[in-house]
Design a protein around this ligand. Structure first.
Ligand code: MG
Ligand code: MG
Length: 260
């Protein structure tokens, strides 16, 4: 698939999708506590998405049954929400959600601690979200796609944790997954030139132990092979003449340019 660059009007639509998604994830994060089930989180997200006139991008995608992926502890990605899966103190839940609004997709994920978690688990979450932040800072015109992966690889490499092998980010727009693939490692100065209008879903996935994973017999849930915890943070980021515009966060930070 060719890479599609978005014009200003299309970016505004993606921003509206992204802002809805940010509000959904903020609400889910606020609801996460011991005793809440991942099925309840999914029901809440679905209600918010539908009330906004949007649709969940994951529900029905290759038969996935929910609007959220909820991946608990050793689950990395693609976990299926269930009313029977009740979160416990010390767990972490990676919540991934996609929405489609006005014909455009947004995709974002964050790993949320359930109450107090082990300090090393807390560090895992910090490392993964810092890797995403550093990658976003590389999203400026004239840069290269390799700079994005290199930024993630650098943060994760010195942490003692491992990138989840075999998974990467992607372009996004009228399709949930567009070209280019956005690897979580790379060499600075290499790869496609980053142009204004390119929109990337950047999503570092980090394992506490080794990078190996496997898919469970439900056909979806990806877990670490060694059973240690994993984390996943993702934003949908537009490259603008002024720099990165993080479409899926509500409070814009210094690393973020736009709106264009
Ligand atoms: Mg996602
Ligand atoms: Mg994604």
């Amino acid at each position: 698939m060719a890479v599609s660059l978005k014009n200003a009007a299309e970016l505004q639509k993606m921003y509206r999708a992204g802002q809805l998604l940010a509000r959904v994830l903020d609400a889910v994060e606020a609801a996460v506590k011991p005793g809440v089930s991942t099925g309840q989180l999914d029901a809440m997200a679905q209600e918010m998405i539908e009330a906004a006139g949007a649709r969940g991008a994951f529900k029905g995608y290759h038969g996935f049954p929910a609007v959220l992926c909820t991946s608990v502890n050793e689950a990395v990605v693609h976990g299926i929400p269930s009313m029977d899966q009740v979160l416990q103190q010390g767990d972490v839940v990676s919540v991934d959600c996609g929405v489609i609004l006005e014909g455009f997709f947004a995709d974002s994920a964050r790993t949320i601690p359930v109450g107090e978690v082990d300090p090393e688990v807390k560090r895992l979450l910090e490392v993964t979200s810092t890797a995403l932040e550093k990658a976003i800072a590389q999203c400026k015109p004239g840069g290269r796609l390799g700079n994005v992966g290199a930024a993630i690889g650098k943060v994760v490499g010195r942490s003692g944790f491992s990138l989840t092998e075999g998974y990467c980010g992607h372009g996004i727009g009228r399709q949930l997954h567009e070209d280019p693939a956005v690897p979580n490692e790379g060499r600075a100065g290499r790869g496609r030139r980053l142009q204004p209008g390119l929109v990337l879903a950047i999503e570092p996935m980090v394992n506490m132990g080794t990078g190996a994973s496997k898919t469970l017999s439900d056909g979806w849930t990806v877990v670490t092979r060694d059973g240690r915890y994993a984390a996943h943070f993702e934003h949908t980021v537009a490259i603008t003449p002024k720099g990165p515009w993080v479409l899926t966060q509500t409070a814009q930070t210094l690393t973020s340019g736009g709106p264009v």
